[in-house]
Write a protein that binds this ligand. Structure first.
Ligand SMILES: C[S@@+](CC[C@H](N)C(=O)[O-])C[C@H]1O[C@@H](n2cnc3c(N)ncnc32)[C@H](O)[C@@H]1O
Length: 328
């Protein structure tokens, strides 16, 4: 008898996979053999990245997003990653980073996520192969409290490119819309802000400090049970700034599929590798859902909205999707 999706509280939108839908989702996961015989765009590959990399073409991707296990004890659905000393962690990064970089086009960009503990090892390893252009600080509110330490409330995202003279960056696609607290007028006209029926707003250039993105939580449809899932809004900024429509995005640690889902919602193709089969299933289900619901929470009408502005977004966007069509 087919099983049921995990029971959730009424308003809990966390994604579940039922036994009944498992075979259909399973059939869309690609294996190492599929990769060997027929590499193509939009693959979710179930496998170990070290075994897969040789079968993915070099200089193929415009954008690589890497969110590896941080140097922490973490249980990824039964597969443990254990904290190690910094030297050993740096060796672990070395074991795959060079090959991952080879997948990037000459004009391509790469982002690597980390926390305070692993970020220095990441910087050293990234710098050996690429030019670092910036370090983004993401202020994530959720973090485990500690009795004898400060709670961790931030993450780093290293931004690096192959060729400093040739990389693509579209700042206009990642502007941030903020409420104006002190609307200043010059000759009776708003100075650098907009008066709308929904309120007064200013479009601001995005800085490398991101305080407008929450971690996915149970009331959001993008949420899964993955322990370290990244928000779609965060990856949307990376994808929009550093790739064009039709470009190719590679994620060697796909997890619950956030990069692939964002790539699909924004009209890019993708390739993702994930060693845990259950996570691959979640990624496939999210990709299917993305086709009928291309909304990215916090991104509407071509701009990013500050946190807790969902009411304004809804009123202002007239429920338009990123492609300009109305959401059903
Ligand atoms: C930090 S999580 C990525 C989360 C992802 N960004 C998301 O939004 O869901 C790292 C992922 O890498 C996977 N992983 C760890 N070692 C791997 C390997 N050798 N090959 C492929 N995937 C691996 C883990 O199972 C885990 O899901």
């Amino acid at each position: 008898m087919p099983g049921k999706a995990k029971e959730r509280a009424h308003r809990n939108k966390t994604l579940s996979v039922s036994e009944a839908e498992r075979p259909m989702l399973e059939s869309q996961i690609c294996s190492l053999d599929d990769l060997k015989s027929n590499f193509h765009d939009d693959m979710v590959v179930h496998g170990d990245l070290l075994e897969c990399l040789d079968f993915i073409p070099d200089a193929y991707f415009d954008l690589v997003i890497i969110d590896p296990p941080y140097n922490l004890d973490k249980d990824f659905n039964g597969r443990r990653f254990s904290a190690m000393d910094t030297e050993a962690y740096e060796e672990y990064l070395h074991s795959w980073f060079g090959k991952v970089c080879d997948k990037l086009k000459e004009t391509g960009s790469l982002y690597m996520c980390g926390d305070w503990k692993c970020t220095s090892a990441m910087q050293r390893v990234v710098e050996e192969k690429l030019t670092i252009v910036n370090r983004i600080t993401w202020q994530r509110e959720k973090g485990r409290g500690a009795k004898a330490n400060w709670k961790n409330g931030m993450e780093d995202i290293w931004f690096a490119v192959k060729n400093l003279k040739r990389y693509y960056f579209d700042v206009d696609s990642v502007m941030v819309r903020r409420k104006v607290m002190a609307p200043y007028k010059e000759n009776g006209e708003p100075k650098d802000w907009e008066e709308t029926q929904q309120g007064n707003f200013r479009l601001t250039y995005p800085s490398n400090f991101w305080d407008d993105i929450s971690v996915p939580f149970w009331s959001m449809p993008e949420n899964t049970d993955h322990p370290t899932q990244k928000p779609e809004k965060l990856y949307a900024k990376l994808v929009l700034a550093s790739s064009k429509k039709g470009d190719k995005v590679f994620d060697p640690f796909l997890g619950s599929g956030t990069s692939a889902v964002v790539a699909r919602k924004l009209g890019r193709s993708f390739c993702g590798i994930e060693v845990n089969r259950e996570y691959c299933l979640w990624a496939i289900k999210r990709l299917i859902n993305a086709t009928s619901d291309p909304i990215i929470q916090g991104y509407a009408d071509g701009v990013f909205w500050e946190r807790n502005s969902f009411g304004f977004q809804k009123r202002a966007s007239t429920a338009k999707t990123h492609n300009g069509s109305r959401k059903k």
